[in-house]
Design a protein around this ligand. Structure first.
Ligand code: MEZ
Length: 534
C-alpha cells in the first residue's frame, strides 16, 4: 500500500499517461551516454575502489569489499587438514550448485566422468534460480549470431574478449535447443514457435523466456536432470580452499560441512569453479537482487591459486530494483517490465530516459534523476525512486497481459497490497551482477592447468557491461563447454601429491607487500552485523 503522499504523487503519472502512449522517447546520443556514465555510474567514481597490492593482478582496481577479501588470510590457517586422507576421489569436481555448475556436471557426466557437485546451500539456491526476464539467442529468421555479437560488444563498450563474445553468440541457438530438449517450458506461440522479446541494447527480439521466472524454470529442469543421472551432490558444503598438486595444477579442494563443521578433502583431476556472483558484498552500500550465497568465494579462491581476474571493477547495477516497499528493497523488477513497454518517470510524471538503454546507462540516468536533479520520489525510509509506469503495459498489450507475462512480479507486489496493473511501481538501481571475474578461454579454462570457471565468476565475456539475458546464456554455453572439456581431458591426467604450498606462498606475498588483514576468506555467508567474521 502506498502512503497518502505517494498516492498523491502517483496522480501525476496518471495525468500524463495518455499523452505518452505511442510516443517514443529519444535514445541518448553516444556523447550523452558517456556523460551520464562518467558522472553517475558507481563504477566511474573512485569512491568505493582500491588497488590490489599483491597477487597476479597487483595494481588492479577492485571494489573495496572484494579487495578486503582478496587481502584476507586463508581459513586453513586455523585448521589441521591431513592431505593423505582423501575423502572423495573424482574426475571432475564442480563447485557450485547453480545453472553453470549443473550444466557443467551434466556434460562431464555424459562424457563418462565421475562427477561430484559441492554447493554451499541447497542445490539450486543460486542467482540462476532468481533470474527472471529470459535468455538471449539469435534463432529467428531476421536475426543472426553476427547481429547478436555486435549487440554484446556494443553493450560491453567493445571491451569484451572477442573470442568469448563470439563463442557465446555462436553457441546460443544450440543452448536453447539443449534446454528445450531437456524439457524447459519456454513461452511459445500456439504453433510451437518460441516467443521472443527485446531487452535493453538488443537490435532484434531474441529474449526467450518462461514468463518472468525463466531462471527458476531452467534450474528446475537441470536440477531434475542431475538427480535423474544420479550425479552426487553435497549440499551445505562450501569449498573453503582449492588444492593444487606438486606440479601446480588444480587437483581438488577442501570442503566444510556447514552442519557438522567437519572438513573433507576432495581429490579431483579437474575442477570447475561455478560459485556465482558477489551481490551480497553490497558494494558502495547498494541493496542487491542477488541470492544469499553471492559472496565472491570463487574469485577469492581462484585468485589464491594464481588465476587472473578480468574486469573485476565493473559491476552491474540493474536499473530497476524495488525502491518501495522496504520489505523487498533491492529485489529485482525484471527488465521484461520495460521490454513490455513500462517507462521510467520522475516526480513530475515525465519520462527522462528511453526505457531500453543498456543497463549501465539506464541505471545512471535514474541515479542522476534522483540524486542530482532532485526529481526522485521520496520513500518513507529516506530513499528515492522513480516511477515505472506498469499500467501502460495493459494499455499497450491489452488487459490480462501482466498476469500472463509477469505473474511473479504481480504476486510479489500484491503481497504488499500494490496492484501494478493499476498503479505504477517505484524503482531504483540495485546491485545485480558482476560483469567481470576469473579470466577464461573459450572452453572455460584458466591459466591454472585443470582449473575451469563458468557462470558469473567467469570474466571477459561481457566486458564492462552485460546485456539482459546473456547471463542465463553464458551459464549454459560456458558451463557446458567446461563440462565437455573437463570430461574429455581427465582421462589423461595423473595427479601428483596434493599440497597447500600455494596458500603458504599467498600469505608470504601478502607479507612481502606489507598487506595486513585480520580477516579470513572466502566469506561463505554474508555478514549483516557490524562486526566482521574472524
Ligand atoms: O539477464 C538478466 O540479468 C535478466 C534477464 C534480468 C531481468 O531483468 O530479468
Amino acid at each position: 500500500m502506498y502512503t497518502a503522499e505517494m498516492r498523491e504523487l502517483s496522480k501525476k503519472v496518471e495525468e500524463t499517461r495518455s499523452q505518452r502512449i505511442g510516443i517514443n522517447f529519444p535514445r541518448m546520443s553516444p556523447e550523452d551516454k558517456i556523460g551520464v556514465l562518467n558522472e553517475n555510474h558507481p563504477d566511474y567514481s573512485d569512491k568505493g575502489f582500491m588497488y590490489l597490492k599483491h597477487g597476479v593482478n597487483k595494481g588492479a582496481r577492485v571494489p573495496n569489499e572484494l579487495g578486503e577479501l582478496l587481502e584476507a588470510k586463508s581459513k586453513l590457517v586455523n585448521l589441521e587438514i591431513n592431505l593423505d586422507k582423501i575423502d572423495y576421489d573424482v574426475d571432475v569436481l564442480v563447485i557450485g550448485g547453480g545453472g553453470a555448475g549443473a550444466a557443467a556436471a551434466l556434460e562431464a557426466n555424459e562424457k563418462g566422468a565421475k562427477v561430484l557437485i559441492t554447493t554451499k546451500l541447497r542445490f539450486g539456491d543460486a542467482n540462476t534460480m532468481m533470474a527472471e526476464g529470459g535468455i538471449q539467442a539469435a534463432d529467428k529468421p531476421d536475426d543472426s549470431p553476427a547481429k547478436h555479437y555486435l549487440d554484446v560488444m556494443g553493450g560491453g563498450h567493445y571491451t569484451n574478449v572477442p573470442e568469448l563474445a563470439s563463442t557465446l553468440v555462436k553457441d546460443a541457438p544450440s543452448a536453447i535447443k539443449w534446454l528445450n530438449d531437456l524439457g524447459v517450458m519456454f513461452d511459445k506461440e500456439k504453433d510451437g514457435t518460441m516467443i521472443t522479446n527485446h531487452g535493453g541494447g538488443t537490435s532484434r527480439k531474441r529474449m526467450h523466456s518462461a514468463a518472468d521466472y525463466s531462471g527458476a524454470e531452467i534450474m528446475r529442469v537441470m536440477r531434475d536432470e542431475v538427480r535423474n543421472k544420479e550425479i552426487e551432490v553435497l549440499e551445505f558444503s562450501p569449498v573453503i580452499e582449492l588444492l593444487l598438486d606438486t606440479d601446480g595444477k588444480a587437483a581438488g579442494a577442501v570442503i566444510c560441512d556447514l552442519e557438522t563443521k567437519r572438513n573433507f578433502v576432495v581429490r579431483a583431476k579437474t575442477v570447475i569453479m561455478a560459485t556465482g556472483g558477489a551481490g551480497r558484498l553490497h558494494y558502495q552500500g547498494f541493496p542487491t537482487s542477488n541470492h544469499y550465497g553471492a559472496t565472491a568465494d570463487g574469485l577469492v579462491m581462484g585468485y589464491r591459486v594464481g588465476a587472473e581476474l578480468a574486469f573485476a571493477d565493473t559491476i552491474q547495477y540493474h536499473p530497476t530494483g524495488v525502491a518501495y516497499p522496504s520489505q523487498i528493497f533491492g529485489a529485482l523488477v525484471t527488465e521484461k517490465v520495460r521490454s513490455l513497454g513500462a517507462t521510467p518517470l520522475n516526480i513530475h510524471g515525465e519520462q527522462f530516459v528511453y526505457h531500453l538503454e543498456t543497463r549501465d546507462v539506464e541505471a545512471s540516468a535514474i541515479i542522476r534523476e534522483c540524486n542530482v536533479k532532485g526529481n526522485g520520489i521520496p520513500t518513507p525510509t529516506g530513499g528515492y525512486g522513480v516511477w515505472l509506469d506498469t499500467p501502460l503495459i495493459e494499455m499497450i498489450h491489452g488487459e490480462g497481459t501482466i498476469e500472463k507475462k509477469l505473474p511473479a512480479m504481480l504476486r510479489m507486489y500484491l503481497k504488499f497490497d500494490l496492484d501494478m496493473r493499476k498503479k505504477p511501481i517505484l524503482v531504483y538501481p540495485t546491485l545485480h551482477y558482476q560483469n567481470g571475474g576469473l579470466l577464461i578461454d573459450k572452453n572455460g579454462q584458466t591459466k591454472i592447468e585443470n582449473l575451469y570457471v563458468a557462470g558469473e565468476c567467469a570474466g571477459g565475456i561481457h566486458g564492462t557491461n552485460r546485456l539482459m539475458g546473456n547471463s542465463l546464456l553464458d551459464i549454459i554455453v560456458f558451463g557446458r563447454r567446461a563440462g565437455i572439456h573437463a570430461g574429455e581431458n581427465f582421462k589423461d591426467i595423473k595427479i601428483k601429491d596434493l599440497t597447500f604450498d600455494h596458500v603458504r606462498k599467498y600469505h608470504e606475498d601478502l607479507e612481502n607487500n606489507e598487506v595486513e588483514s585480520s580477516q579470513f576468506s572466502p566469506m561463505i555467508l554474508p555478514i549483516y552485523t557490524h562486526g566482521r567474521e574472524k
